[in-house]
Write a protein that binds this ligand. Sequence first.
Ligand code: SF4
Length: 141
Amino acid sequence: MSLFQKQAWATHGVCTAQDPDTLFATGAAQRQVRQMCLSCPVRMDCLIEALESKIAFGVWGGLTERERRSLLRAMPEDTDWREWFAFPNQEVAFDIRAGRIPTREELYKLTVLMAEARKCSASAATKCEENSLERVGASNL
Ligand code: SF4
């Protein structure tokens, strides 16, 4: 029994009626899986589980492995993903929750911003954040 099959929410996933291999599509076929995920009532539970468990392959919660890797790179090891998505102070988190998948550029900018934020002291955090935004040209983030 897989990790996902042990989760109660997983029984409500749209993919339960699919061949499990469907989720491990590659290339352009991942877009079809993503569409299925975006209509899934347990999408956020699925995505949070995939991030917490660092699932290396497949499309989970609408994000490909590459997109999840970017999020994992951007955020500290001990990130509470459920909290991050529930109270997003980043546009990327808000967008994902709303069903909009961030671009590679947006994920990269998030990585830069979070790395900068970790370096900054609490008192200088605002100034540091402004500097990072300027550096990555992310004034619209
Ligand atoms: S979000 Fe996608 S992978 Fe996750 S349970 Fe729903 S359909 Fe399946």
